[in-house]
Structures are given as C-alpha cells and as structure tokens.
Design a protein around this ligand. Sequence first.
Ligand SMILES: Nc1ncnc2c1ncn2[C@@H]1O[C@H](COP(=O)(O)OP(=O)(O)OP(=O)(O)O)[C@@H](O)[C@H]1O
Ligand SMILES: [Mg+2]
Length: 176
Amino acid sequence: MTGPTDHPGAGVERGATCTMKTEFEFVADTEAATDLLGQRLAAALPPAAVVALSGTLGAGKTRLVQAVATALGVAADVVTSPTFVLCQQYDGTRRIYHLDTYRLKDADEFLELGVEEYFDADALTFIEWAERVEDCLPAERLSITIHIEDDDRRRFVVQSHGSQYHSTIARLAAAE
Ligand SMILES: Nc1ncnc2c1ncn2[C@@H]1O[C@H](COP(=O)(O)OP(=O)(O)OP(=O)(O)O)[C@@H](O)[C@H]1O
Ligand SMILES: [Mg+2]
C-alpha cells in the first residue's frame, strides 16, 4: 500500500519563503513507546490545543490520552474512556479535556456539549472519533490517526492543520 508520505512533497506545505513539514509519523512497538509519544506531545503542544483523534475501536485513542495525561502528572487510572460521560477533565500540570463522540447522535449534540468553550480554553482538548464531528472542529488543530499494525504495534500519523501546529510537528520530529 502506498502511504501519504511515500509521495515526494507529501506532508509538506510550500510557501513563498519557507518549506514547512505538516506531518509526522511515529511507530510504537509497545505501550511504553506510546507513553514516550505522549511525553513528547505533552511537551510539544501549544498552551491551548485541540487534538482530533481517529482510528478504529481499540486503536489506542484513549491510551494515547492516558499517555499525555500521565506525562502531565495525572494518575493513569483517572483516564478512562469518556464514552458514557462524553467529556472528562483532568488537571495535571496542564488542564486536559477528553471528549468522545462515539455515542453522539449528531454534530449538533456535540455543539450542545459546549465544546467551543473547551476549544478556546487554556487547555489540551482531545476528541476521540473526531472524524464524526469534523465540521465542528476548529480549522487550527492537530490530527492524529492511529493504525493498528499488530497486537502491540501502532502507527500514529500526526498532521498539523493551521500554522499554530507546524511547530508541534517540528518539535516532535526534533525529539526523534
Ligand atoms: N502500542 C500501543 N499503544 C496503545 N495501545 C496499545 C498498544 N499496544 C496495545 N495496546 C492496547 O490497545 C488497546 C487500546 O485501547 P483504547 O481504549 O485506547 O482504544 P480506543 O481507540 O480508545 O478505542 P475506542 O474507539 O473503543 O474508544 C488497549 O487495550 C491497549 O492496552
Ligand atoms: Mg477510547
């Protein structure tokens, strides 16, 4: 299969004066490696960040939020799937909002949760099943698509949407 980064120029935005990478791939062979990505994201995300998570059931969306949260000092067992409560808040060294759209009827129900307030907050906001509410998401966001490669092996495709997140991609790449 041909991946998006196999094409010359893929993941690259061309401007008049600079060339900026907009995509970063991370392969985790173990959950410990996913924890490492979580640490790097915790360090690389801007103070107010929106992260759209996609990937099938059991891909590791909740597990990645747990990895970021523990990197920020939140106890791992506090981070659970917000499938039923729809939104959870964790307060570590940074505030995290954790949303899950899986059980929502439609995008209107998502907006009724008051999500715009979360997007504007000085916090990291993670949205599981983000593709279901894509039209309601801010244009400026980071998206992470998780592919299951094997039992414990996951491939994370991280993409910046909007200039605010280009530096996040650069920081993730520099941490490699
Ligand atoms: N490298 C890895 N990274 C993340 N999770 C992994 C990894 N290896 C194995 N796993 C397992 O994969 C599962 C991921 O479950 P998780 O609840 O995070 O998925 P999800 O994408 O949130 O699914 P759902 O759509 O049901 O909410 C967990 O059981 C976790 O232990
Ligand atoms: Mg989940």
